[in-house]
Every structure is written in structure tokens, then in C-alpha cells.
Design a binder for this molecule. Structure first.
Ligand code: NAP
Ligand code: GLV
Ligand code: GLV
Length: 323
């Protein structure tokens, strides 16, 4: 019987699979504090955590028995991977099962910001609708426009696939060319070309030292005045202050954001602007996907506890693999 700490209650489909093990679940609905995480991890064999939990050396020190840190997310920038690897702790994530769901949300944001869905809804509820009018709530077209995708990974490609139905031109920037992206008509360009030509710029990179603030004042100034920025990747990939200024000064047309630089806080200025759509980090939040993620995270924990390799290891170096 292994001892497992889970930093929040996950869908039953996953928890059920842990029957027979000694599980402790943090039952709050806001993230546990650092102290609560450390307390929970004490003497545990496995930790299942969320992207809101910062897992560093102090947390790892709380249990010398810790074999696996399983992140209930695909992004794992919340975990100090080097520290985990140094200690021989396996780190896993949930890639693939959430790809299409996040791509759907990116598209929901593209459509919401361009066609002013949220503003329109508010307008209706405030009783301001006086009838169809030629100049009422005009927005930008989507079909036939140019979509700029930054990061040709799983989600970036799923976003591209959907763009074909809208007859869009697709430009993409990534560290290397991607065949699947090109099969959807994606044209590989440098970042500057993408920013200058795209009508919609959408981010799908992980948060790393290289991607921190990859969209800042300089990049926003390269974008068209009529262009929109969509971020479902990580808030810290965008300099939120610079974004606020660009939006307030109408240097770009709008932004739709699912992720924020200092979650759960949101830049005060962004909250006041009309040309912004905000969602509370719900990219993977469908019933089906959250269940699949729970099963995936638990399968990997069980594998490691049984001495097997997990399916989704992000630090294969712990097994002496070079790749
Ligand atoms: P992925 O398959 O690993 O794709 C990310 C891609 O980014 C990689 O394929 C990589 O392609 C590219 N990349 C990495 N560093 C880069 C750099 N410095 N410059 C340009 N491109 C770079 O990951 P994914 O499953 O698509 O997920 C992407 C990210 O979305 C996650 O890391 C997570 O942060 C975020 N996410 C958010 C939500 C949400 O709820 N909003 C949900 C899921 C995921 P190259 O090797 O070609 O550079
Ligand atoms: C969500 O943001 C994830 O990385 O899965
Ligand atoms: C609008 O509803 C139209 O018929 O053009």
C-alpha cells in the first residue's frame, strides 16, 4: 500500500483507480499554501499536483521516499524538473488527452474577441438592443484571414486543423518545421513575419526561459492595428503591462486570454478594457477531458509505484535515457 498526496479532489474516474492505497486529498477549493503542500507530501511515495502548485526542492525534501510527481496538466513549468531529476524522482504530465479541448477553447476565444460575443451579451442583458442596425457592434472577419500560430506542438496543430474550415491562411513559427502543420497549409516563417502579417496571433508554446515574455512591447508594435492576440499557453509568455498599453492605445485590436501573468490576479487595466475577453484558465475544462486527465495521471502513478516506466515522463533522464 503506497501513500499518495493529491493537492485537490480530481474526477472520480481517476480516484477510483487508487482504491487500496493510502490517499490523502487536500480538500480546499483554492490552492494549498506552500506549508500545506509540504505537510501533505511528508512521507508520501507519490504526489499528484496541479499547475497552481509550485513544486520545488523544499517540497521534495519533505519526503525522501517520493518516487513520482504527477502533474494534472500538460504544462509543467510549476515543477523544478532539475531538482526532481537530481533526486531520481519521476515527473509526469497529461499530454494529448487535452489537445482538442484546448484547441476548441482557443477557437472560442478567436471568435469571441473578433465578433464581440461577450460585449454583445452584456449589451443584451443591459437592455440596450434597440433593433438591427448597420453599424451595430462591427467586428473583424475570421474566414479568409491570416492565422499566426506560435508553437507547432500538439495544441498549435489542432488549432491549425480547425482553421482550414475557415479558409484561413496559416503562418506558423516554432523552433523547427513541422510536417503535420504544413499538411494543414501552415507556412513556416520567422517570428517577425508572423507578427507583421497575422490577423490573429495565437500562442501555443510551453513556458520556458526562452518563451518568458516572448510577446512584449517590441512584438506588439510589429502586429497590425487590426490584429488580435490569443493566449491559451501561459500568462508569463506575454508581458501583461505591455499588452495593456497596446490595447489601451489601440495599437492592436484586441486580446482574448485564458491565462495570466500572475494568476489568479489579472492586470487591473485589462479588466477595464472592452477589447479584451478573459476566461479563468479553462482550456482543458470539459467533463470528458478532465476525466481522461485524471485516468492518465493515475495510470502513471500506478506504473511508477509498480516499478514500471510511466507513459508520460518529462524527465526520462531519471531512467538514464538521453532523449
Ligand atoms: P507541445 O506539444 O509540447 O507543444 C509546444 C510546442 O512549442 C513544441 O512542439 C515546440 O515546438 C514549441 N516551442 C517550444 N519552445 C519554443 C520556443 N522557444 N519558440 C518557439 N516554439 C517553441 O505542448 P502542447 O500539448 O501543445 O501544450 C502547449 C502548452 O499549452 C503547454 O505547455 C501549456 O503551458 C499550455 N496549455 C494551456 C492550457 C490551458 O488551460 N489554457 C491547457 C493545456 C496546455 P518546436 O520544438 O518546433 O519549437
Ligand atoms: C493547463 O494549463 C495545462 O498545462 O494542462
Ligand atoms: C441579417 O440578419 C440579414 O438577414 O442580413
Amino acid at each position: 500500500m503506497a501513500r499518495i498526496f493529491i493537492t485537490r479532489r480530481l474526477p472520480e474516474e481517476g480516484l477510483r483507480m487508487l482504491e487500496g492505497h493510502d490517499i490523502e486529498i487536500y480538500e480546499g477549493d483554492a490552492p494549498p499554501s506552500k506549508e500545506e503542500i509540504i505537510e501533505g507530501v511528508r512521507n508520501k511515495d507519490a504526489l499528484i499536483c496541479l499547475l497552481t502548485d509550485k513544486i520545488d526542492s523544499e517540497v521534495m525534501d519533505a519526503s525522501p521516499k517520493l518516487k513520482i510527481i504527477a502533474n494534472y496538466a500538460v504544462g509543467y513549468d510549476n515543477i523544478d524538473i532539475r531538482e526532481a531529476t537530481k533526486r531520481g524522482i519521476v515527473v509526469t504530465n497529461t499530454p494529448g488527452v487535452l489537445t482538442e479541448t484546448v484547441a476548441d477553447l482557443a477557437w472560442a476565444l478567436i471568435m469571441s474577441i473578433a465578433r464581440r460575443i461577450v460585449e454583445g451579451d452584456e449589451f443584451m442583458r443591459e437592455g440596450k438592443f434597440k433593433g438591427w442596425a448597420p453599424m451595430l457592434m462591427l467586428g473583424g472577419d475570421i474566414y479568409g484571414k491570416t492565422l499566426g500560430i506560435i508553437g507547432a506542438g500538439r495544441i498549435g496543430r489542432a488549432v491549425a486543423k480547425r482553421a482550414r474550415g475557415f479558409d484561413m491562411k496559416i503562418l506558423y513559427y516554432s523552433r523547427k518545421r513541422n510536417e503535420e502543420m504544413e499538411s494543414y497549409g501552415g507556412k513556416f516563417v520567422d517570428m517577425e513575419t508572423l507578427l507583421k502579417k497575422a490577423d490573429f496571433v495565437t500562442l501555443h508554446v510551453p513556458l520556458t526561459e526562452e518563451t518568458y515574455h516572448m510577446i512584449g512591447e517590441r512584438e506588439l508594435k510589429m502586429m497590425k492595428k487590426t490584429a488580435y492576440l490569443i493566449n491559451t499557453a501561459r500568462g508569463k509568455c506575454v508581458d501583461e503591462d505591455a499588452l495593456y498599453r497596446a490595447l489601451a492605445n489601440r495599437e492592436i485590436a484586441g486580446a482574448a486570454l485564458d491565462v495570466f501573468e500572475n494568476e489568479p490576479s489579472v492586470h487591473e487595466g485589462l479588466l477595464r478594457l472592452k477589447n479584451v475577453v478573459l476566461t479563468p484558465h479553462i482550456g482543458s475544462a470539459s467533463y470528458e477531458t478532465r476525466s481522461r486527465m485524471a485516468v492518465m495521471v493515475v495510470e502513471d502513478v500506478l506504473a511508477v509505484l509498480n516499478g514500471q516506466k510511466p507513459k508520460n515522463c518529462v524527465n526520462p533522464e531519471v531512467y538514464g535515457d538521453i532523449s
